[in-house]
Write a protein that binds this ligand. Structure first.
Ligand SMILES: Cc1cc2nc3c(=O)[nH]c(=O)nc-3n(C[C@H](O)[C@H](O)[C@H](O)COP(=O)(O)O)c2cc1C
Ligand code: SF4
Ligand code: SF4
Length: 641
């Protein structure tokens, strides 16, 4: 029993808690300045609030916080005034002008500016709160619990909210007991493959080779994914704490956090957090007086998707080209510099700190069974009302995530599919929406948990085009080492392109499916092995769309540019409004007989900007596919089609 360090930590914790309490006794302002907030103008809002407060001679604390999950409503500001009649209020879509009004009316005055309110932060008697939103019934923030609530640059705020208690506890346990706890919790890796965390840990721990290394994989190259970035930017200490515990469990003395250089804010926040952890003796020599020493280095990756693959990532830290290699030997036995190495995802490590601090019962109660315990974090993107970050217990259905948390499909459009798991995952149709989200059922349906990217597609999305998009990504990112990955993906892409152009032949679908199976079977790493998944799932669930392209020259979603045209219905055109003419950047819309507008199909670049320009009461501009259905007035184009 190591009571010395525990006592030292308890003292630190008590101080941090009293600072945190103090913060709540005075007015305070939070501004979301993670990448999502910054992209929406959060830094200008922050600057405005600080300037206005300075002008007014006020020194109210203005805290930068990370991502609150409601990315669709960024920039977000929270104003908390303990002496007022109101609970802390979250304001959304804040512009510098609104920020000025908020300072004048809400912070310095007594008007809570409810017209800009997204909701009160917590349930209360007076105001509608964010907890009243339907999504609140389904979400369970665990890995995201601190995101948007604490200042990521203040280690004390993390400690005051339960941070580093897991480390303190782990250092009083035997490393084997930490491994046992994580085994019983059933933790599976959140980096994509869902492999048992302790199976790897134990192999590394049991290896006689030294030194041992631990790497946190923060590469995150999947299109549409931003979960790991958000955690690193918003709560970096939770990942660092998980790393120290994991290093203690496996016996590593040196670790690396691999973050892509294209994530500059994550890099900055992690660097700052590492310095703070070192200064607080939570990292470095003789951590909390326990005798255990561990150092973490930050490594900035160059941002190639394949560098997220564990053996490629190791090569890249070693200063070699980031190319995957054959496994076995697995990194757990022969990894960085030929030594036993554990690579874990950001979310996996952030889970470790919670499992140790809160215990087994708590973690097991989150998921559905031993196969899928804990929570799943998703980056919701695409055709969904509430784009952003969410975390739900395993077992929540896709429908609940998309329609309750995500608020459904915008503009009254129909749901078509959800692309889950990035380029390694697949597209699932409406019939699968009631599937529980867990490792097994998603794999059975042809997709996979992946790392958490969830792109929602509506009736305007073409499944051939979606498959083509993801394949183009993997084809570009293939390192080229394996012939089937290098050439097979290119050949599949060419077939998809010819289908989208209406130039494919009847036998092409068979060739596509065969190639997909071959690339899966003969590729060395999971980039190639999973690259065909978007094709295989779209063929499984949407084969009729492929058939329509090939047999009828028709794109059912009227999306593929070579198979569709924009057309102005003469009877619907108002004739004198002219709204569409000015919007067309290539001057393809001309004034025809009796002032009816006509699209010159030879000039039209299919950008679609004219469609929303046409007033809804006329709605005269439509998309037509196949081209043979274009009215008789356009014979030249029909002949081409
Ligand atoms: C092409 C490719 C890219 C990958 N990118 C990532 C990534 O960005 N982050 C990640 O954690 N795992 C990524 N992985 C999975 C890793 O190879 C590895 O399985 C994972 O980091 C292990 O951590 P976990 O056990 O905690 O899931 C990728 C795999 C492949 C094949
Ligand atoms: S499967 Fe593709 S990305 Fe992976 S090693 Fe082979 S060529 Fe490179
Ligand atoms: S915007 Fe619509 S109604 Fe107006 S001229 Fe163009 S097609 Fe006709």
């Amino acid at each position: 029993m190591n009571s010395g360090p525990a006592l030292a930590f308890e003292k630190r914790k008590a101080l941090a808690e009293s600072r945190w309490k103090e913060l709540f006794q005075q007015p305070r302002i939070l501004v979301g300045t993670a990448t999502c907030g910054r992209a929406a103008g959060g830094l200008e809002v922050l600057k405005t609030i600080r300037e206005e407060l300075k002008k007014a001679g006020q020194s109210i604390p203005v805290m930068e916080v990370g991502c609150m999950g409601h990315c669709y409503a960024e920039p977000l500001v929270v104003i908390s005034k303990p002496d007022s009649d109101y609970a802390p209020i979250v304001y959304g879509y804040v512009t510098p002008e609104i920020a000025r009004l908020l300072v004048r009316d809400s912070i310095l005055g007594d008007d809570p500016s409810l017209e800009f309110m997204l909701g009160a932060l917590e349930a209360n008697e007076a105001l509608p709160s964010l907890t009243d939103l339907p999504r609140f019934r389904y979400e369970k923030p665990v890995l995201l619990e601190n995101c948007g609530r604490i200042d990521p640059e203040d280690v004390d705020q993390y400690i005051a909210n339960g941070g580093y208690a897991g480390l303190d506890k782990a250092l009083e346990m035997k490393p084997q007991d930490v491994i046992e706890l994580v085994r019983k919790a059933g933790l599976k890796g959140r980096g994509g493959a869902g492999f048992s965390t302790v199976v790897k840990w134990e192999t590394c721990r049991n290896s006689a080779e030294t030194p041992k290394y631990l790497i946190c994989n923060g590469d995150e190259g999947d299109p549409g994914a931003f979960m790991d970035r958000a955690i690193l930017e918003s709560d970096p200490h939770s990942v660092i704490e998980g790393m120290i515990i994991a290093a203690y469990a496996i016996g590593a003395g040196l670790g690396y956090i691999y973050v892509r250089a294209e994530y500059p804010l994550a890099v900055e926040r992690v660097r700052h957090a590492l310095r703070q952890a070192e200064d607080s003796n939570l990292l470095g020599k003789n951590i909390l007086g326990s005798g255990f020493s561990f150092t973490i280095r930050l490594f900035e990756g160059s941002g190639a998707f394949v560098c997220g693959e564990e053996t490629a990532l190791i090569a890249s830290i070693e200063g070699k080209p980031g190319l995957p290699r054959h496994r076995p030997p697995f990194p757990a036995t022969k990894g960085l510099f030929g030594k036993p190495t554990i690579i874990n995802n950001v979310k996996t490590l952030a889970s470790v700190s919670r499992i140790v601090s809160r215990g087994l019962g708590w973690y097991s109660s989150l998921g559905i069974n031993d196969h899928s315990s804990g929570t799943a974090v998703f980056a919701l993107a695409g055709k969904v009302v509430n784009t952003g970050l969410t975390e739900v217990p395993m077992g929540t259905s896709l429908r609940q995530v998309i329609f309750e948390v995500g608020g459904g499909i915008p503009k009254g459009k129909k749901f078509k599919a959800v692309q889950i798991g990035g380029p390694s995952g697949g597209c699932l149709p409406e019939s699968t929406l009631d599937l529980p989200i867990d490792f097994d059922s998603l794999t059975e349906a042809g997709a996979m948990m992946g790392s958490g990217g969830m792109v929602v597609l509506d009736e305007d999305d073409c499944m051939v085009d979606v498959a083509r998009f993801f394949l183009e990504f993997t084809q570009n990112e293939s390192c080229g080492k394996c012939t089937l990955c290098r050439l097979g993906t290119r050949q599949m892409l060419e077939i998809l392109q010819s289908i989208a152009q209406g130039k494919a032949m009847a036998g092409d679908l068979k060739v596509l499916a065969e190639l997909a199976r071959d690339v899966k079977a003969a590729s060395l790493c999971n980039l190639g092995k999973t690259a065909p998944n978007p094709i295989l799932t779209t063929l499984r669930y949407f084969e009729e769309e492929y058939e329509a392209h090939i047999k009828e020259g028709r794109c059912p979603a009227r999306r593929c540019p070579d198979l569709m045209a924009y057309y102005i219905i003469p009877e619907k055109c108002e004739r004198s409004c002219d709204a569409c003419v000015g919007t067309c950047t290539v001057e393809a819309i001309y004034v025809g007989q009796k002032r009816v507008k006509v699209i010159d199909q030879a000039k039209c670049v299919k950008c679609g900007t004219c469609v929303p320009a046409c007033p809804p009461q006329y709605n005269a501009i439509v998309k037509i596919s196949p081209l043979s259905e274009l009215p008789e007035a356009l014979p030249a184009l029909k002949a081409k089609g």
